[in-house]
Design a protein around this ligand. Structure first.
Ligand code: MLT
Length: 400
């Protein structure tokens, strides 16, 4: 009999979005007559199709696989140079200098934020905001690591700052934040970078929603902060930016400046470790997808993405207007596709989830799924269509 990884006993039976899907399925089975009415504003899955440039590039890349001269087999594990260069150029246009050699291509920020924990030892102090994207917590628990939470509450605008009495080794930050939509200002990130440098800690900075930042003074990358390359890894994704939730593409920046000492005093490069890990366990994102992603990262490709983002942000405005009319305070929806609000009528989040599903056939995400501090909160996504979002908000307004 194998000895199983018993750390799995310490995580919930199912992942948040799998649990939501299960509950919706159960509802559909017991109310088949209402199944067609269900509007899904739960998981942040996009509804706009891929952009023209992405589709064109996909076709070109597929065709290239039909000829022996252009056919591609295994690619470099770190990703094709042309794709890494396209990402470095994208950073450059946003005023941030990132070395293409520091970029690793992957199939999702979920995989990379989850896998990154492997290169850190078990005895680290791991600091995670609460509420936050559940992958950071679940993957550390699965690996037997202890997580220390920092509170995100309405008092700190859901943007926890360093507590000098805690000496963290690994710090997860997500900005714009999933689920609250709150976004750190530059001077706040500078405090985090300063804290990390003083404590020789590493910040794992999830920037999956950077393209949704509309206020130009807000940072879209931690590398906008001086010194961040000596203490931060950054994760980016095309899932929401370019509608790649099904197509799968992400990148992780691991600067070569991230060097620490082993217990015996040897130098250890985090970049070299991640490269070793990826080349051992991952054969890369498909060439076809990397080719399309490179087209997306051009200035023209990004302009097309921005049109889709504007479309979603209209939904965010509609949701925000409804909440305002109902006097429900909320965060997000301006620099983020998510809107986060306190559940009405003193309900807890799973209770409100059931109520909304049962009486309005609208699916959202219970805040409890993002941590203890989310227990009385709820998240709606703006990734629906205009029609469905408008309909959902009408039903929401009638219900409350
Ligand atoms: C979410 O709804 O929080 C995201 O879509 C989940 C993800 O990106 O994995």
């Amino acid at each position: 009999m194998p000895n199983l990884n018993e750390n799995y006993l310490n995580v919930k039976d199912s992942y948040l979005f799998a649990e939501i899907a299960r509950r919706v399925k159960t509802y559909e089975k017991s109310h088949p007559e209402k199944a067609d009415r269900i509007i899904r504003l739960g998981i942040g899955d996009v509804t706009r199709p891929l952009t023209k440039r992405a589709i064109q590039a996909l076709h070109e890349a597929v065709d290239s696989q039909a000829s022996p001269d252009t056919f591609k087999g295994y690619g470099p594990e770190q990703g094709y140079e042309f794709t890494r260069r396209a990402i470095a150029d994208y950073y450059g246009r946003n005023g941030v200098s990132v070395d293409a050699d520091d970029i690793f291509i992957s199939d999702g920020a979920k995989s990379d934020t989850g896998n990154m924990t492997e290169i850190f030892a078990r005895d680290n102090v791991i600091l995670v905001p609460d509420p936050v994207y559940p992958v950071y917590v679940d993957t550390n628990i699965m690996d037997g690591k202890q997580v220390v939470y920092m509170n995100g509450t309405k008092e700190n605008d859901f943007l926890p700052m360093p507590d000098e009495s805690v000496k963290a080794d690994i710090i997860y930050l997500c900005s714009p934040n999933n689920p609250t939509g709150a976004c750190y200002r530059k001077e706040q990130l500078a405090v985090w970078v300063d804290y990390a440098l003083r404590n020789e800690a590493v910040i794992l900075f999830d920037a999956a929603y950077e393209a949704f930042v509309t206020e130009p003074e807000l940072p879209r990358s931690i590398y906008e902060i001086e010194g961040a390359k000596r203490c931060a890894i950054e994760f980016g994704s095309l899932s929401k930016t370019a509608g790649f939730t099904g197509t799968r593409f992400s990148y992780t920046v691991v600067p070569k400046e991230l060097v620490f000492r082993s217990s015996k005093g040897e130098e250890m490069s985090v970049h070299a470790m991640w490269n070793r890990r990826q080349s051992t366990k991952f054969n890369g994102t498909p060439y076809i997808i990397q080719y399309a992603a490179a087209a997306v990262f051009t200035a023209e490709g990004m302009e097309e993405c921005r049109e889709n983002i504007r479309y979603y942000m209209e939904n965010a405005r509609k949701i925000a207007d409804t909440l305002r009319r109902k006097n429900i305070p909320f965060t997000g929806g301006v620099n983020s596709p998510y809107i986060w609000f306190q559940c009405p009528n003193g309900m807890e989040s799973w209770e409100f989830f059931d109520c909304l599903l049962e009486h309005a056939q609208v699916v959202g995400t219970p805040g409890a799924g993002f941590g203890e501090n989310g227990r009385d909160y709820f998240r709606l996504t703006s990734f629906g269509t205009h029609e469905k979002t408008a309909e959902a908000m009408e039903r929401f307004e009638k219900l409350l």
